[in-house]
Design a protein around this ligand. Structure first.
Ligand SMILES: Cc1cc2nc3c(=O)[nH]c(=O)nc-3n(C[C@H](O)[C@H](O)[C@H](O)COP(=O)(O)O)c2cc1C
Length: 183
């Protein structure tokens, strides 16, 4: 299995409007692959926008907001690159799509990494942040998983929240839980 980097990808619509979504970038030698399931806005944009940005952040609340429909996240322009980055990125990568592998379910966009820039230090792993990320991913798969499986996973992830969350992670956890528990 290749390593997957969870990040926030900025694509541009045909009119140049930025769109952000949490996605996993799949390592493929020196390239990274973006693989959005059909249908998605990111997928539509990728067919017309070949210069995209991956933002790497340790802010779990950004992932929680994005999966609960709040896309009002501050962005900043990048010099000489069209797709903006998260203002709260620790680092960003400029990715150029160089190949598209078509698939009925999940096309793959092979990207060359043109440049990586770092803004803030990464200060270590945190279990609560990882738990929010897992719960955020679960919340995008509610129609494909049984209620029993979801409840089991949430009960396990909550251990890390109870032991290691700060206020931002707690707020993020609550947001995602509300989504998961809203029928
Ligand atoms: C951490 C994380 C990683 C994700 N990775 C993917 C992915 O690799 N492919 C995908 O289709 N959806 C992924 N999702 C779900 C997408 O963010 C979600 O389907 C989103 O609605 C698609 O974006 P869009 O329609 O706004 O472009 C991920 C969600 C999270 C929270």
């Amino acid at each position: 299995m290749p390593l997957i980097h969870e990040c926030v990808v900025t694509t541009l619509t045909q009119t140049g409007k930025p769109h952000i979504a949490p996605l996993g970038l799949i390592e493929d030698g020196e390239n990274w692959i973006i693989a959005p399931f059909r249908p998605s806005t990111t997928l539509t944009n990728l067919y017309s926008c070949n210069k995209v940005t991956a933002s790497f952040t340790d802010n779990a609340l950004i992932f929680a907001k994005l999966v609960t429909g709040n896309c009002d996240i501050p962005l900043l322009p990048i010099l000489s690159w069209p797709a903006p980055r998260l203002a709260d990125a620790l680092a960003h990568a400029e990715l150029e799509v160089i190949d598209i592998v078509e698939d009925d379910l999940r096309p793959r966009f092979v990207c060359k990494v043109r440049r990586i820039e770092t803004y803030n230090p990464f200060l270590g792993m945190n279990r609560a942040r990882a738990a929010v990320l897992e719960a955020a991913i679960l919340s995008t798969r509610l129609n494909r998983l049984s209620r029993e499986k979801i409840d089991q996973e949430i009960a396990y992830l909550k251990i890390a929240i109870d032991k290691t969350a700060g206020p931002i992670e707690l707020e993020a956890w609550q947001l995602v839980l509300e989504k998961i528990n809203t029928p």
